[in-house]
Design a protein around this ligand. Structure first.
Ligand SMILES: C[S@@+](CC[C@H](N)C(=O)[O-])C[C@H]1O[C@@H](n2cnc3c(N)ncnc32)[C@H](O)[C@@H]1O
Length: 282
């Protein structure tokens, strides 16, 4: 098992503020909901690997005949056990699932890019081998992975907050309501566009000089939580790598679903694969 000293990502994920951050999350994205509802069936044995603070646990456990959440950070597992004392959680590195029997799970889920943080390459490849081993024949693997070519950031703002502010300033019925709303909306959209341009420039400066951008696969530093070493790969590379481990691609979907995913915009992609052979030994 990697120690926090050997794996800087583990050190970050073990920090109390990072554990608290993940333990406070309690939603599914539309992309996850669609893939879970499409490929997971009631009564399945599901392994939620890199479970973090248990964001996906309630949904997956409500569906599963057997649910196990696993993470290599003991602090994350402690947070999950506190939040969901009725569910099963184990401390386990994705690269060593020896505590789980072969062909024991119908599905493995690695949400929010957990596989990308299994570094170095050897750890990610070993994890894929282990996932293949613990899956039943035709078992389902759903995970997401960062897109190295995402350099454009879409402008985003919250229209409800603008409407609420306009109502507070001008009142709902006043003649001033519309002019105030339009002025606020115009200002907010301009700020959002400016922010998006600034973030896109920062990303382009960071990513364009990297091998990962041009090759379509490699490592980048994810600025989240102070800087995580992150494996990144374009969908073609992900499909090739997983094929090498006897997985068949079923579905690729941008995390920005229901928006149309764009090669240079979509931050990360979700994948559904199915296991094609009885053993993943290479
Ligand atoms: C970005 S968080 C995602 C948490 C959760 N899946 C979610 O969707 O909210 C990544 C998680 O993967 C875990 N992780 C990273 N590398 C791992 C490994 N090699 N084995 C098991 N867990 C790992 C981290 O501890 C962290 O909790």
């Amino acid at each position: 098992m990697a120690t926090a000293k050997q794996d800087p990502n583990l050190l970050i994920y073990s920090a109390p503020e990072v554990t608290r951050y993940y333990a406070a999350l309690d939603y599914l994205t539309p992309c996850e909901r669609l893939l879970f509802e499409t490929y997971l069936r009631r009564g399945m044995a599901i392994l939620d690997l890199g479970v973090g603070g248990g964001r996906t646990a309630p949904f997956l456990a409500s569906l599963a005949g057997r649910y196990v959440g696993a993470d290599y950070a003991p602090e994350m597992i402690a947070a999950c056990r506190k939040k969901f004392p009725q569910l099963e959680f184990e401390t386990a590195n994705a690269a060593d699932l020896s505590r789980f029997a072969s062909s024991g799970f119908d599905a493995v889920v690695m949400a929010f890019n957990a596989l990308d943080y299994a570094v170095p390459d050897e750890c990610r490849l070993r994890a894929l081998q282990e996932i293949h081993r613990v899956l039943k024949p035709e078992g389902i693997l759903i995970f997401s992975s960062h897109n190295p070519r995402s350099i454009f950031v879409r402008p985003s703002w919250n229209p409800k907050r603008v409407r609420d502010l306009a109502e507070r300033i001008a009142g709902g019925d006043s003649v001033l309501h519309r002019p105030v709303l339009w002025s606020l909306a115009g200002a907010r959209v301009s700020i959002a566009v400016f922010q998006a341009v600034a973030r896109s420039l920062t990303r382009a400066v960071r990513r364009l000089p990297t091998r990962a951008f041009w090759r379509g696969q490699g490592y980048l530093t994810d600025p989240a939580h102070g800087g995580l070493k992150t494996h990144v790969a374009v969908p073609e590379r992900v499909a090739n790598e997983l094929e090498g481990f006897c997985f068949r691609l079923l579905h690729v979907l941008g995390d920005d679903y229901p928006r149309v995913s764009r090669r240079y915009v979509t931050d990360w992609y979700y994948y559904a694969f199915s296991k094609t052979q009885a053993t993943g030994e290479k």
